[in-house]
Unconditional design. Structure first.
Length: 397
């Protein structure tokens, strides 16, 4: 059913310089013992074979304030990929003022949101006929911040809107304020959509057992999580081999605070500072732990560097990149609930699964009889008609 949702896009190679500094890069002041830390999330959905499936990651409510820059899309479109790269933030720590230039490339993906002002390429996406489309897997996006001023003694004078947002908790660290042009922030921020294979797969068997595989090496710290009707259960372990099988009976009902503490420990063990780990969990607390089942894992830095090459000039004394992989799982309870909702046109239940519901509905259809498919089609069409636009109408910047 991919064709129903995919409004084909072209990534225009001509770069639009979006609020970029017009001046050429200046030689950086001596960064001394500059330390840079980054965290982010790769979000994906496991298919029947355990590999990431295609979906429309940007569908759903926009959770970013209007001062954040966005790629501008047409009124009818869908950007199709396998991974939503969510909220990477770059923190800078220095005892003295410094100036650096930062460039991040996104292989097999595009940057869709960023702040402060940056030069983003490709900068335009517009709907055109399918035969002229450029696939994400053949694309390399990038974001460049020129003359980033690192100001450890500057006041924390950052923009803020009255509405709540996932964006703000990331500021709760000891990192130095940064300034690009006239815009100030605690970090450099960007997001995107990619079409690549995550470094982990997860297959759910008929008996509920979850087989986790990491082809490149040990799976490392993993968490299998389930929230069913507000009852939270999870199983955490450190896997020293490339694969592991988790029995659903091993998932324990424990307070959410214990899971947050476990994740904080895993993130600090991977290299983040404690306040960074807390900020990351606070940023995603309401979505990481929402209704459904999922796998969390620490993405190997080699995999991060392969997908997101990062260049900081002059080179910092220390660079740490910690990404969490989040893979949504369709367990039997999820399958049964989605199928029942489609058969009874229960739009409220379908809505619980938000941006993940389209591939879930597609899988239910694919594994159902023709008679059931006929009964479910009306509910599916109704959900499509209510499909929400991804970005807020913030007006022109």
């Amino acid at each position: 059913m991919r064709g129903r949702f995919t409004t084909v896009v072209v990534l225009v190679a001509a770069v639009m310089f979006v609020a970029a500094d017009a001046h050429a890069p200046v030689p950086a002041k001596d960064p001394g013992g500059l330390t840079v830390h980054e965290w982010g999330t790769f979000t994906s959905i496991a298919g029947m074979d355990g590999e990431a499936v295609g979906w429309s990651p940007l569908t759903g409510a926009d959770d970013l304030p209007c001062f954040v820059d966005r790629v501008q899309f047409g009124p009818k479109w869908s950007l199709w990929g396998t991974v939503r790269m969510e909220t990477p933030v770059l923190y800078f720590y220095s005892t003295a003022d410094a100036t650096v230039n930062v460039n991040v490339r996104f292989r097999q993906g595009v940057i869709t949101e960023w702040f402060p002002q940056a030069r983003v390429n490709p900068a335009m996406i517009a709907g055109i006929p399918a035969e002229r489309a450029i696939e994400l897997r053949k694309t390399e996006g990038s974001a460049s911040w020129t003359n980033v001023r690192i100001r450890p003694r500057a006041a924390a004078d950052f923009p803020r809107e009255s509405a709540p947002s996932h964006y703000y908790p990331a500021r709760e660290t000891d990192a130095a304020p940064v300034q690009v042009g006239s815009e100030q922030e605690r970090f450099l921020f960007y997001r995107g959509v990619g079409d690549f294979a995550p470094p982990m797969s997860a297959t759910v068997a008929a008996d509920g057992r979850i087989a986790v595989k990491s082809p490149a090496g040990p799976a490392g710290a993993i968490v299998v999580f389930d929230n069913r009707g507000g009852t939270v259960r999870y199983h955490a372990r450190n896997v020293t081999t490339s694969q592991a099988t988790i029995d659903p009976a091993s998932l324990e009902a424990r307070p959410l605070a214990s899971l947050k503490a476990h994740l904080e420990s895993a993130l600090t063990s991977a290299g983040l500072y404690p306040r960074e780990a807390k900020a990351m969990i606070a940023t995603w607390a309401d979505t990481w732990f929402e209704e459904g089942a999922r796998l969390f894992y620490i993405v190997p830095q080699k995999a991060i560097d392969a997908v997101l090459p990062l260049d900081i000039a002059p080179r910092p004394a220390s660079l740490v990149r910690v990404f969490v992989g989040r893979m949504e799982l369709m367990t039997q309870p999820t399958f049964s609930e989605v199928k029942s909702a489609l058969l009874t046109n229960d739009q409220r239940t379908l809505g619980k699964y938000g941006r993940f519901i389209e591939p879930f509905m597609g899988r239910v259809f694919g594994e159902s009889s023709a008679a059931d498919q006929s009964r479910m089609q009306s509910a599916r069409d109704s959900y499509y008609r209510s499909w929400r636009q991804p970005f807020r109408n913030c007006g022109s910047r």
